[in-house]
Design a protein around this ligand. Structure first.
Ligand code: FAD
Length: 503
C-alpha cells in the first residue's frame, strides 16, 4: 500500500491492533499479529529503526556476560532466539566466531571459568549454536589474532554468536508484516488516545501535518526509549547510552571478533566486511532522545581499550570512519551499575486493550512479539463477538522474505551502490528522506569513506523516483548533513586533527 492509501485504510474500519513505534519490537509485533489474521496498523514518528534499533552492536547473542551474572534463563531464551533468526532470516544472521583472550591477574574473567562457560553457552542453544566453542592455548590465540597484547596472556576461548544488520532486520520484518496485510506508516506520530468501546487514537502525519483519527481495539506501546512519554504508558525506564566506532580493517586486521575486557565490562572488535566495529559503552543517559551523539570522551575510552588489546594498532580518532550512538531502553532498576541492569523484557497490560512492551534485546524481539500477541489475541477472543478465529503464531518458522525479495537489497553488508537499489527503497521500503537510504536502508553512511559524495548521487536518484524539485533536493541534502552531523563526535576534544569523518 502507498502512504496515502495506508492513511485512508486506517480510517476505513476499526483496527484490531495499532502498534506505536517502528523499531524492532513494534515491527515484530506487527508481523506476528498480521500473520495471525489481525487487522493491524503501525505508526513510526521518524523513519523505521530511527531509534535504538539502528544503533546496536548488531549481534544476535545469548550474552556470555549475562551467563557470568548467573542469568541462565535470559541466556537460554536469547540463545534459542538467535538460532530462530538464523533460520527465518539467514541473510541477516551470519555465524560469527568470538575470540576471548584471558590474562593472568584478571579476576573477573578467569580462563577455567570461561572454558566451562562457553560449553554451557553451546548447551543452552539446545546444542545447536551457530558453531562449536573451543579452548585455546596462548600460542594458538596469537596465531589466530596476531597483534594482540601478549603480556600475561594465558590462553583463551573461542565461541559463536551471530552478526546481523539491525535496521535491515526491522525493515525486512516490516516488509513481511505488510505482505501479511499490515498497514505501515513512517513519519506518523501517535499523540493521544481515549478509551470508549474501542480506543480513539489521534495520529499525525509528520510530513503533511494532517491528523487522522483511528479506532483500534487494542494498542501496543513499543516505543523503546520513548516509552515513558507515551500517554497511558506505565513504563519506567533507565536509559543507558552506548556508542560504536567504525574503523578500516587495514588498521585493525581482526579475522574473528575479539572480546576486550575492562574490569567486569566487555567490549567488542567486530569484523564487518572491510571494516571493524568497535564498541560499546554503557553510561546513564538523560539527554534528548532525538539527538544522541558519541561524545569525545566515549570515543577516547573505546580507542584506549582497543589500543590496550592491540598496542601496535595505535588507533586515533583520525582512523574513525563512522560512529553511531544509541540508548538502551532498560527496565528501571534504581542504583547499581548500568551494565548490571537486567536485559530481560516486560509485557504489561495496565488498562483494557493497552499493552506496554519494554526492555529486552534485538535478539529476543520475536519472542517478545509472540508473547505480546498471544495476550492480545486471547483478549480479543474473550471480548469480541462473534469470537474471532486467529491463526497460531508462525513467526519462528516462516522466512521473513524470499531469496528474490531480499537479493542485493538486504544483507549484513551494504548493498551495491546502484540506481535500481535506491529505486527499490523508494518504491518498496517506504524511503522518504535521503538519510532513510544513506543511514538505515544501506549503512553507506557508516561504511563508506566517500559517503557524502554518494549522498549527492543518491539524492539525484531519489529525486527522480520521488519527483523532487531542485529546492527539495537541496533541502534533503541539508537535512542529511544535519542528521549525519549528529552521528559525529560531540564535545570537541577528540577530532583535534580535523580529519574526523562520519562517512
Ligand atoms: C549501544 C547498544 C548496543 C546494543 N547491542 C545489542 C546487540 O548487539 N544485540 C541485541 O540483541 N541487542 C542490542 N541492543 C539492544 C537493542 O538494540 C534494543 O533492545 C532494541 O533495539 C530496542 O528496540 P525497540 O523497538 O524497543 O526500540 P526502538 O528501536 O528505539 O524503537 C522505538 C521507536 O518508537 C518510535 N516512537 C516513539 N514515540 C512514538 C510515537 N509517539 N509515535 C510513533 N512512534 C514513536 C521511535 O521513533 C522509535 O523508532 C543494544 C542497544 C544499544 C543502545
Amino acid at each position: 500500500m502507498q502512504r496515502e492509501q495506508t492513511w485512508k485504510w486506517f480510517g476505513e474500519a476499526p483496527l484490531d491492533l495499532l502498534v506505536i513505534g517502528g523499531g524492532i519490537v513494534g515491527a515484530g509485533v506487527a508481523r506476528d499479529a498480521a500473520m495471525r489474521g489481525l487487522r493491524v496498523g503501525l505508526v513510526e514518528q521518524h523513519d523505521f529503526a530511527f531509534g535504538t534499533s539502528s544503533r546496536s552492536s548488531r549481534l544476535l547473542h545469548g550474552g556470555l556476560r549475562y551467563l557470568a551474572q548467573g542469568r541462565i534463563g535470559l541466556v537460554r531464551e536469547a540463545s534459542i532466539e538467535k538460532t530462530i533468526v538464523h533460520r527465518i532470516a539467514p541473510h541477516l544472521a551470519e555465524p560469527l566466531p568470538f575470540l576471548f583472550p584471558t590474562y593472568r591477574g584478571n579476576r573477573h574473567w578467569v580462563l577455567w571459568q570461561l572454558k566451562i562457560g562457553v560449553k554451557v553457552y553451546d548447551f543452552l542453544c539446545r546444542g545447536r549454536n551457530l558453531g562449536q566453542s573451543t579452548w585455546l592455548e596462548p600460542g594458538e590465540v596469537l596465531e589466530r589474532m596476531p597483534g594482540l597484547a601478549e603480556a600475561g596472556l594465558n590462553g583463551g576461548v573461542r565461541y559463536y554468536d551471530g552478526l546481523t544488520n539491525d535496521a535491515r532486520l526491522v525493515l525486512d520484518t516490516l516488509r513481511s508484516a505488510a505482505r501479511s496485510g499490515a498497514g505501515i506508516v513512517n513519519y506518523g506520530r501517535f499523540t493521544e488516545a481515549t478509551r470508549t468501546a474501542d480506543w480513539e487514537c489521534r495520529l499525525e502525519d509528520c510530513l503533511t501535518g494532517n491528523v487522522t483519527r483511528v479506532r483500534s481495539r487494542a494498542l501496543v506501546n513499543a516505543t523503546g526509549p520513548w516509552a515513558e512519554q507515551v500517554p497511558h504508558s506505565r513504563v519506567k525506564l533507565r536509559l543507558t547510552k552506548g556508542i560504536h566506532l567504525v574503523v578500516s580493517r587495514d588498521r585493525l586486521a581482526v579475522p574473528d571478533s575479539v572480546v576486550m575486557t575492562e574490569d567486569k565490562r566487555i567490549l567488542f572488535a567486530i569484523p564487518w566486511g572491510e571494516r571493524v566495529i568497535l564498541g560499546t559503552t554503557d553510561t546513564d543517559y538523560n539527554g534528548s532522545l532525538d539527538r544522541i551523539t558519541a561524545d569525545a570522551s566515549d570515543v577516547a575510552y573505546v580507542l584506549e581499550i582497543a589500543n590496550q588489546f592491540f598496542p601496535r594498532a595505535r588507533l586515533t580518532s583520525s582512523d574513525v570512519i563512522g560512529t553511531w550512538a544509541g540508548v538502551r531502553p532498560l527496565i528501571a532498576a534504581p542504583g547499581g551499575k548500568p551494565s548490571d541492569i537486567s536485559r530481560s523484557h516486560e509485557i504489561r497490560n495496565p488498562e483494557p486493550g493497552w499493552w506496554d512492551v519494554a526492555g529486552g534485546k534485538l535478539t529476543t524481539y520475536r519472542l517478545m512479539a509472540e508473547q505480546t500477541v498471544d495476550q492480545i489475541a486471547r483478549w480479543l477472543q474473550r471480548t469480541r463477538t462473534p469470537r474471532p478465529a486467529f491463526r497460531p503464531c508462525r513467526t519462528a518458522d516462516e522466512p521473513l522474505l524470499t531469496p528474490a525479495e531480499r537479493a542485493e537489497v538486504s544483507g549484513i553488508l551494504p548493498p551495491p551502490f546502484e540506481r535500481r537499489v535506491v529505486e527499490h527503497y523508494c518504491a518498496n521500503e517506504w524511503a522518504v528522506h535521503l538519510d532513510d537510504v544513506m543511514v538505515r536502508r544501506t549503512s553507506w553512511q557508516y561504511y563508506c569513506r566517500d559517503a557524502r559524495q554518494r549522498a549527492e548521487q543518491t539524492a539525484d536518484w531519489m529525486g527522480e523516483c520521488l519527483g523532487w524539485s531542485e529546492a527539495t533536493r537541496a533541502a534533503e541534502l541539508h537535512r542529511y548533513e544535519a542528521a549525519v552531523d549528529l552521528a559525529a563526535i560531540s564535545g570537541g576534544s577528540a577530532p583535534t586533527d580535523g580529519t574526523m569523518r562520519t562517512g
